[in-house]
Design a protein around this ligand. Sequence first.
Ligand SMILES: [Zn+2]
Length: 388
Amino acid sequence: MFPETGLASLAVAPAATAVFTAVLTEGPLSRVSLARRLGLSSAAVTKAARPLIDTGYLHELAATERTGPGAGRPASPLAVRADREFFVGVKITADELIGVVCDLRAAVRATARRPLTAPDVEAVLTDLGQLVDGLLDGPGDYRVRTRRLGLAISGDVDRTTGLVRYSPFLRWRNVPLGQRAARITGLAVTVENDVKALTAAEHWFGEGVGAESFALVTVGTGIGCGLVVHGRLVSGSHGVAGEIGHLAVDANGPSCHCGGRGCVEAIAGTQAIVRQARERTGRPELTIDAAVALARAGDERVAAVFARAGNAIGSGIAAVANLVGPARIVVSGEGLAAYDLFEAHIRTGFERQAFGAAAQCPLSIRPLPFEEWARGAAAVSIQSLVVP
Ligand SMILES: [Zn+2]
């Protein structure tokens, strides 16, 4: 139906990349407003958009917007054709694969889950191949218009090469996951750290759209943070940036698996909460779900554990606001299923430690379904289509 563009990134000229990114993340936009926004001439916008229209990625909406009285013909806004191409995103956890098919605007069209047979690389790749086949050959007939797969995994990941340097949950070291997944699935593969992938989704398709800087903080087994500064995801010179889970917020606090003491994660990570709830109640069998239920039922000993955790998270977030000054901060993650137990304490901890005007930084605190992580993986894959 449209000419094939091959597997290279879609837009090679910088102007085309800028036009496509703006329409994708903030569109529909008229050529006039694109020109104004990007500092390009109208002719340059028209030239940049032409191949994107010819290949079916952009289309013109019916003219609705007059540029002014007597200003000639009305402008036709450019919009993305969301079903021009589909993307698979998969989040790899210690015991399960969570997969989605997303359209070009990162809207989820299909989802699937698959328990891992075993945590070794061979088994995970076999499970991955079957999950992807199931998603692409199921209802929706996505395979014909899907060429890319994004993978998200916690740990130390080299996005440029698709190498997983270290995955603590799977105990992998130096696994060329991108290459191997490409061989199994026949798709072009991106691999990204899961928190960074989620940050990419918020940056392009969520609350971070249009923000020069913002931070995403995730609460769950680990406490993670992705930072966008000057419109770019911060990776850090050593691949470590925004590790708020290992900021020390209590010099006399519990020791952390990282070797430090009083880290946010040692107080507010899921395991830390379970350990403290067991100690305070004298019930060694307590699970996180049981701890949440007790706190909700008014058990003050367990509620105090969540209060302490929320305060620690708030202090960590304040440190991010004081150092980087993001325009907004989103707090999310599977741990926030217990949102009601955390929210007030996160806000209190934040307001106490944020310095001056940094305390005005808006915090969005909301739970996050697990499929959102897989959507983040797909968002990175979409970015690889757009930005070389
Ligand atoms: Zn630590």
